[in-house]
Design a protein around this ligand. Structure first.
Ligand SMILES: C[S@@+](CC[C@H](N)C(=O)[O-])C[C@H]1O[C@@H](n2cnc3c(N)ncnc32)[C@H](O)[C@@H]1O
Length: 225
């Protein structure tokens, strides 16, 4: 897939993104799960320089001091939402930030849309802009789960899936895997709306037990080497 195609897509849907993806019980479930992990990893007192890559409309940018996205339309919503954050329109492959500038960088729902060459380029760039010992937090759909369910995405949208050992191989010599978190083991999208939020705690526990690799997606905490 071409990067331009991805960016054009997000430019076109920017005004509907928040409402269509996150203003429903499924979106709120995912949002709460992701925040739980970010709350655990990011220390907004000691991590002084915090970048969100592919921040989109700013849904999770309250953890960041800086936000970057390649879509000007998505960014226009993030800018309105977070007046205290420094935003930049750029590609994650070439951010223009200084070497070792950030203590922590996080990025959600980006890698799943990209091919492995682009992901590799982004790892290079993140390795450059994160300080030694700083962290990179990313998420990616589970290959094991999709294989088990015989599920294949037909388009670039959410088309990339990996397992923990694939990630470890990919980031080798740049990052070390510190921890992974499973998100959504139960098929929440198939449950009735009223059951979703009450199941949050149970699902978190299940998704982080021995079935973790079968969660819908995993969040990886990586340490810059
Ligand atoms: C699914 S949205 C996720 C937005 C936000 N992270 C969230 O979870 O709500 C994907 C975002 O990635 C951005 N994006 C795609 N390719 C990018 C690239 N190469 N560099 C920077 N941003 C990119 C898009 O513009 C879009 O805002």
């Amino acid at each position: 897939m071409k990067q331009n195609e991805v960016i054009s897509y997000y430019n076109e849907i920017a005004d509907k993104y928040d409402d269509s993806r996150f203003n429903n019980t499924y979106g709120r479930f995912i949002d709460a799960e992701e925040r739980k992990v970010l709350d655990e990893i990011i220390d907004t007192d000691s991590d002084r320089m915090r970048l969100e890559v592919a921040c989109g409309t700013g849904r999770l940018t309250n953890y960041a001091t800086h936000g970057l996205d390649a879509s000007c339309e998505m960014l226009s919503f993030a800018r309105k939402r977070h007046s205290n954050v420094e935003f930049r329109e750029a590609s994650a492959t070439s951010t223009g930030y200084e070497n070792s500038m950030f203590d922590v960088v996080y990025s959600f729902h980006l890698f799943m849309h990209l091919d492995l060459d682009t992901i590799n380029e982004i790892f290079d760039e993140m390795h450059r802009i994160i300080r030694h010992g700083g962290r990179l937090i990313i998420d990616i759909p589970s290959h094991s789960r999709r294989k088990l369910l015989n599920h294949r995405q037909q388009t670039w949208h959410g088309g990339t899936e990996l397992d923990e050992n694939d990630i470890e191989q990919l980031v080798k010599d740049r990052f070390k895997l510190k921890r992974s978190y499973g998100i959504m083991l139960l098929p929440v999208h198939k449950l009735p709306n009223w059951m979703r939020m009450p199941l949050l705690k149970i699902d978190s526990r299940l998704a982080n037990g021995f079935l973790k690799k079968y969660s819908s997606y995993l969040i990886y905490e990586l340490v810059n080497q």
